[in-house]
Design a protein around this ligand. Sequence first.
Ligand code: IPE
Ligand code: IPE
Ligand code: MG
Length: 236
Amino acid sequence: MNGIPNHVAIIMDGNGRWATRQGKKRTEGHYAGYKRLKKTALYILGKGVKYLSVFAFSTENFKRSEEEVNYLMDLFVTAFKSDLGFFVRNNVKVIFSGRIKPLSDKVLKVMEELIDETKDCTGGTFNICLNYGGQAELVDAAKKIAIDYKENNINLDDIDMNNFYKYLYQNLPPVDLMIRTSGELRISNFMLYSIAYAELYFTETCFPDFDEKEFDKALEAYNNRNITKGGVKEKK
Ligand code: IPE
Ligand code: IPE
Ligand code: MG
């Protein structure tokens, strides 16, 4: 038994295929994924997971059709606005990871409101990765260090693998369990630094169907893993 992972990350993939398979538009899959996320996220945090990071939109996703990108941006605006109360009531602290540019002022405004309204919530941290790329995060971290060096004269020898996290978009603990839905066996540029020793769990289930039972299966798999993190597992 490894217990409840402290930090779970999910690559919420397969919304499009979920919709197409049912003769629906891809955008309907995104809406279904959003509805699912609210339920599954609460369940995961309710289990005692302290940090939940979800991949909502990658920097690379801007390459999709204008219609799909616009739909997703509009969905973020309406969802973050209408779910303010939902997060506050459920005591969930919402934070974001990703680049600001080229997000619109409308999207940025609702993101800021959500951060502000939930900043004192203590029932788990929900990290929404939006306009996020793992390589971009490391490039941005390198730039932050360069600025810190120039402006604050920091000692470069003080930067180590543990405190490097503070230069990432959010200073969160490493990921313990990373889940990807829909059967793709890739990382797709997600949380490259923080998943160094994460247990990886892949499921064929598309994200709109990733419910409480599906998470329990991932948790069971996690608990059956022999987690050594480079050391030797002690016999129980
Ligand atoms: C994940 O589902 C959601 C986003 C990337 C925004 P996809 O839209 O990638 O769905 P598939 O992979 O095409 O089925
Ligand atoms: C990763 O899924 C990004 C999100 C889930 C938001 P993609 O569907 O964009 O990734 P690829 O293209 O299959 O690698
Ligand atoms: Mg996909």
